[in-house]
Design a protein around this ligand. Structure first.
Ligand SMILES: [Mg+2]
Length: 397
């Protein structure tokens, strides 16, 4: 089998790649909805993979892997990797999880990172109310993640920290600085209010930064120790930070019993090595659409497990094709797997243009692993065409 063409369309806001072969099988991959601007970079790889056998996934990856980088630039390579696995599974007539070593679980747990209405007021009551709504969702999520501190509106409040945040539209800029006592007290008040609602029925993880000074990170962890927080995410680096600082993470991790989590922006296994080998964090959270793909994610999960480190993949904006990739790879992970961050379809019409998803998708906080060949979720060309932009009209041609 040979790759004959590759196309990229921006559907909704998600970059979607379609790899076409000479045997009538095509494969899809999807990147985060926050990255429509990546299309030219995705298309840069087209000429690199044409003529290759897509079922030799690793051999194709060797042609393109060294051109990726930390978020957002790992996405193009990652989307292509997903599409290759989709083709390989379809060609073999088996779900992708079989090609990754087989599933070790029939249902995969997923956690709530974005099924919610935005919190408009920066008060403990508003945070608590948001938790009440999420606890009542039909999905039955067993773990909810909430942004606090530098990963929330809190940083814009006067007197929250010693610094001036960038304006709200400047997504991806790093706001950092030492918190005031008042600022830290406010974070703790909001977390206590949320835990009051969730009790011990739904666990709470906190996406905190990046941007905390290590001393404040330790103070925060100590103040929250009595609350059984699932993890503190991205305190030091994360999001769009193009480096890791494993040694700084290690200082924080060694000072608290709350699990410390990072990794969503990191590209490739090599960049997880120090985090894992020095036990710098307790949980890693690569995103398959950023880290270099699902096989990359699987490898990191195995290596983390060897070191007693847990795995909770990022995924919030990966879309419905990204969801399928997360389900396939999560089914194969070792017992250090916790749950992946649930991506939903945005806008809502995404649910009309794909086929293969169960209905409802999430029950009791879990997704049943499906058995169709490839990723098992496909675009429906006739439906998806309605939403193609002018310049993407030939995407299904
Ligand atoms: Mg995060």
């Amino acid at each position: 089998m040979k790759i004959t063409d590759m196309k990229c369309a921006i559907i909704g806001n998600n970059p979607v790649v379609r790899i076409i072969t000479d045997e009538g099988i095509d494969g899809y991959g999807q990147g985060e909805a926050s990255k429509p601007y990546l299309k030219p970079f995705v298309m840069y790889f087209r000429d690199q993979i044409i003529g290759a056998d897509p079922t030799d996934v690793e051999r194709v990856m060797l042609r393109i892997r060294q051109r990726g980088a930390f978020k957002p630039y790992g996405t193009a390579v990652s989307m292509i990797e997903m599409a290759l696995w989709d083709i390989a599974g379809k060609a073999a007539g088996v779900p992708v999880y079989k090609l990754l070593g087989g599933k070790v679980r029939d249902k995969v747990a997923t956690y709530n990172g974005n099924v919610r209405t935005p919190i408009t007021e920066n008060t403990p009551e508003a945070y608590a109310e948001s938790m009440r709504q999420m606890k009542a969702l039909p999905h039955g999520f067993k773990l909810v993640k909430q942004g606090v501190g530098f990963h929330s509106q809190m940083k814009y409040e006067d007197g929250f920290y010693f610094g001036t945040p960038h304006d709200r539209l400047s997504h991806g800029l790093l706001d950092r600085g030492m918190l005031t006592e008042k600022g830290l007290n406010h974070v703790v008040d909001c977390v206590e209010a949320m835990k009051e609602v969730l009790g011990d029925e739904v666990m709470l993880a906190l996406d905190c930064g990046p941007g905390w000074m290590p001393t404040d990170a330790i103070r925060l962890a100590k103040r929250l120790e009595h609350l059984h927080i699932a993890w503190l995410e991205d305190l030091i680096t994360g999001d769009y930070v193009p480096y890791v600082l494993a040694d700084v993470y290690r200082d924080v991790t060694m000072s608290t019993s709350i699990p410390i989590h990072t990794g969503e922006q990191i590209y490739l296994r090599q960049n997880f090595r120090e985090l894992i080998e020095t036990q710098a964090v307790n949980i890693v959270g690569p995103d398959p659409a950023d880290v270099g793909g699902i096989a990359e994610l699987k490898w990191i999960a195995e290596y983390a497990d060897l070191h007693g480190i847990l795995m909770a993949p990022h995924g919030t904006l990966d879309g419905l094709l990204g969801l399928a990739a997360l389900v396939q790879v999560s089914a194969t992970m070792p017992m250090n797997y916790i749950a992946f961050e649930y991506p939903n379809g945005q806008p809502d019409w995404w649910y009309d243009i794909v086929e293969g998803l169960p209905d409802p998708i999430v029950q009791n906080g879990e997704i049943e692993v499906w058995d169709r060949p490839g990723m098992g979720v496909d675009l429906i060309p006739e439906e998806a065409k309605k939403y193609l932009k002018e310049e993407d009209q030939d995407f299904f041609a």
